[in-house]
Design a protein around this ligand. Sequence first.
Ligand code: PHE
Length: 549
Amino acid sequence: MAEEAVLGFLEKNEEITDSGQFAAERGIDHQDIANIIKSLHGFKLVDAQDIKRESWVLTEEGKTYAAAGSPEVQVFLAVPPEGISLDELQRKMDPTVFKIGRSQAIKNQWVEMGKQLTRKVQDVDDKVKDLLIRIQDGEVVDPKEIDALKRRKLISPQPWKGYSVRKGPKYAPRRKKFATDLTRENILRGDWKDLEFKEYNFSAKGQPVGGGSLHPLLKITRFAFHMKTAKIIAKAIVVIYILVIAGHCATANQDDFPADGVPFHLHIFALVSPQEEGECKVLDFWSWALVFAYRFEEMPTNNFVESSFWNFDALFQPQQHPARDSHDTFFLQVPSTTKMLPEDYVERVKHVHEFGGYGSRGYGYEWKREEANKNLLRTHTTAVSSRMLYSLAQKDFVPKKYFSIDRVFRNEAVDRTHLAEFHQIEGLVCDRNLSLGHLIGVLNDFFSRLGMSKLKFKPAYNPYTEPSMEIFSYHEGLEKWVEIGNSGMFRPEMLRPMGLPADVRVIAWGLSLERPTMILYGVDNIRDLFGPKVDLSLIKKNPLCRIGI
Ligand code: PHE
């Protein structure tokens, strides 16, 4: 309708001088007219020039008076012919309307204040209301009137943009509809022969290209281990390291334990740490890629389904332990039990649970094979650690460092900080004569590389570690200590039945991947980060990488 109006008018007239007036006269919304003019101008059917001027809009207060009448008229109408006391009038009216209306009505000499407020005139016109309505309708109003309304803050200025319009070079009284698609129907009907197609607009902006985005959890995973790329670089650096630096550091021999008792694997921390060895500074940036991505081997965590045996029993977790309850663990219905366990090892595990050994009294209960056979969704990646240590124990002992980052499952009520499935970062170092000091050293080193250098350790309990420590990190942003993980030294009751030599110690830790990610990305509800309710824009918009922490 707006388009017909514009083109039709120009057929008989030279010019639309003011699109605002043109729209008002025809009762068409000016925005509709303006949009049509812009489009017609684009196709050169018309030639439009901008007109800018100040227009006025009603303020919230102005709008209420346009609807209910000005306060002075409201007051006037509330004064009965016989007069009314101020108190009584005030009780009848809205306090602001009363206040403004009374003084304005007195100023206009509509009412006067004697003992009572009485009318001085019979009738009044609500000029203010009429003006406000005219302004609301977009009519042009006498500047003097505008001034008064402006002073009373009933209207405020708003820049207005409209057009003057003349015929353009491609003017036609009707815009031809160009076809944008050739359809099956066009071909069947044969009308494709007469169709005129819309020209391609090669300068139009294309659809925004949606690039792929990494989920914050993936970024932190990569950040934590620089895995894929760092492996290659780390290998190269190891070669340089061996050639250049190992020459200076006589202790760096895997079979030859240094005099200070620190095994070779942990010595690398010292070698590459700038505080210790000036000449190794250059390696510092890569050192932890080297240490964590190269020297640490990734454990195969691609089995979400695990038997209770590897998840619990092998870890010296008694069969009555509350974590083994179906309230905490998801048990599988099909297949409900595992088919294969190493029988002689199972016997040793049963024995250590029932009677102990290696200096332990055991739990003194009757260990049941059926419990161990039950399949479940693994509740921690420590299940994988137990498999790895068992297979390590089957050969001549070599020290190892393992890590993994993968999914675990717990039958928990979901809330802001808990999900039924999440990810764990697991790590362990297995070597002769390791101590709690090594564990603390490794954790300090590991976390300071993630930007968390203030750590606190709190004694804790796990059935499979002794001593056990919860790890807390001071969060500068939250200004409090946040629990970030759990750690400990695996118990002999777990390691010895596997067949590991008596002097082999294993220091290990497990952390949630979500916890540091939430802290680093400022996410306060875990459901925004992972699971079906994740907001995709969070993933698209978060920074590509983090510089510093
Ligand atoms: N498995 C523990 C957990 O799920 C973490 C842990 C791993 C603790 C290794 C000690 C040693 O919380």
